[in-house]
Design a protein around this ligand. Structure first.
Ligand code: SAH
Length: 473
């Protein structure tokens, strides 16, 4: 290691920033996250810095800099944007014995600023000694994803309760208390916005002298999003990292499973269409069994767990067995597919209604009457539809939908295998067959209002503007 990471105590210490432009303002923003007293050394200030001086958040030293200004500092940043001026200021600060960072000049730096993940007071600093800033940013993104935004508040709460835990609990019980706080129910409550609940649980455990033994059996139905791993929510990633066991589906990308803890068990319960390898009641029974074993369970489903995911059946089975179920939403395939082809599911004045429906129902159930839903002003998003494209097209035509209505088909949206097909109601079945688009695929059909006024559909299926219609509706 050419550099060594340390956390400097900044409270009431002086930080001097030489420079009055944007580079200096950037460093100033960073230092104002700390409790340091910031002094700017410059003859002129850009607007943001001038505003901070006016608000008395920082001090401004506008005279010619001397060695003395750099003495007794925690850190000196030199950021004038001019190499000559930087070198002269560096020489002065060096004489003062300061710890110096010269922006964009690593050779002159005693200290390098890391990439920071800030969950104050929890702070993660990432450094690559200047070799790979892009890698540092990638690592930062991974860590950002895995630490919920409010984690710092939970750590601060724990800090405030440390003394009372130390007074009431044995060291072993304290260790298990904090393990439970940061991986059990308090963290979960806190992460989902129930801060008071989290505080109450921790205080009760401290009063009782120990963490509750049974923190087990929480099951989360987590939406993985439509495919690509950066489309899962931060809460979803959090649950994956807490999970002891993950039951996942056919459409879950491997990259998403990599977000889980390395030692978490992964169980594939995918249902390849047409097979009965994993009947739903067997999946339900496995979820209940894992919860009974005290495991933290994640049931990972593609898209959103509440949309055509049989989540309700799983939640019912778990509730019947006495287990709490949490639903973590995800980006549903309709949203993913529309976004991936640059379209909007609704557009003001054109489509005010969005219908999510399926092209495939439980055997024996009547199919939805798609044509009835596709009224002017509506977008129809069809899941599991490509296998029944001919039936859907026929139903639409029977309901009077114009044959030339545009149909967008998006296969494997948001994945490297994405395919897009633009066709019409008339040709959709044959085009889908010819292009060999298979599931997973979304069919999106928009029936816009005409000219922003109420429409009527005439016999023959054409949608016309009432104003221009040959007769009033
Ligand atoms: N819960 C999921 C839907 C599950 S049903 C969600 O909210 O998206 C499975 C169907 O979802 C597939 O047959 C397909 O119609 C659609 N689907 C899922 N992922 C998809 C993707 N990446 N691209 C296109 N369609 C997808």
């Amino acid at each position: 290691m050419k550099t060594f990471p340390m956390f400097l105590t900044m409270t009431d210490r002086r930080v001097v920033i030489a420079g009055g432009g944007e580079q200096a303002a950037q460093k100033c923003r960073l230092m104002l996250k700390t409790e340091a007293r910031v002094v700017i050394v410059a003859t002129e200030l850009e607007d943001e810095l001038a505003g901070l001086v006016a608000a008395q958040r920082i001090d401004w030293y506008r005279d010619r800099p001397t060695v003395g200004i750099f003495a007794d500092t925690a850190l000196v940043f030199i950021a004038t944007g001019c190499k000559g001026a930087d070198a002269a200021l560096h020489a002065l600060a060096k004489v003062a014995g300061a710890l110096i960072n010269v922006v964009d000049q690593p050779a002159l730096c005693d200290a390098l600023t890391p990439s920071i993940v800030d969950r104050d007071p929890v702070v993660v600093a990432i450094g690559t000694e200047g070799t790979a800033p892009v890698l540092a940013r990638q690592i930062k993104t991974r860590i950002e994803e895995s630490l919920e935004p409010r984690l710092g508040d939970l750590a601060a709460l724990a800090g405030r309760l440390r003394t009372s835990a130390a007074q009431r609990m044995t060291p072993a019980n304290r260790r298990s208390l904090w393990r439970w706080v940061f991986s059990g129910a308090p963290r979960l409550s806190h992460a989902t916005g129930q801060e008071r609940d989290a505080a109450r649980q921790i205080k009760q455990a401290i009063e009782a002298g120990r963490a509750p033994l049974d923190d087990a059996g929480l099951v989360s139905l987590v939406g993985a999003g439509p495919g690509s791993r950066d489309l899962i929510t931060l809460r979803g990633v959090q649950r994956l990292q807490e999970a002891d066991i993950i039951f996942y589906d056919r459409l879950i990308d491997d990259g998403i499973l990599e977000l889980a803890r390395r030692d978490a068990e992964r169980v594939y319960v995918g249902k390849t269409p047409g097979t009965t390898a994993w009947p739903q009641d067997r999946i339900n029974a496995l979820l209940v069994l894992a919860a009974r074993q005290g495991k933290r369970v994640v049931r990972l489903k593609c898209g959103d767990p509440g949309v055509f995911g049989r989540g309700a059946e799983e939640a019912a089975a778990l509730a019947e067995a006495g287990f709490a179920v949490e639903i973590v939403p995800g980006v549903t395939a309709a949203a993913g597919a529309a976004a991936s082809i640059g379209q909007f599911l609704t557009t003001r004045g054109q489509t005010d209604t969005l219908v999510l429906t399926t092209g495939t129902c439980r055997a024996g159930d009547a199919a939805p009457d798609w044509g009835q839903y596709l009224r002017p002003g509506t977008t129809l998003a069809l899941y599991m539809g490509v296998g029944n494209a001919a039936g859907i097209a026929q139903n639409l035509r029977n309901a009077g939908v114009a044959g030339n209505t545009v149909v967008e088909v998006v296969g494997s949206a948001c994945t490297p295998d994405q395919v897009q097909l633009s066709t019409t109601v008339l040709n959709m079945a044959s085009d889908i067959k010819r292009a060999k688009v298979s599931n997973p695929a979304m069919i999106l059909i928009r029936s816009p209002k005409v000219s922003g006024v109420a429409c009527v559909r005439l016999d023959g299926g054409a949608v016309v503007d009432v104003a221009k219609a040959p007769f009033a509706a």
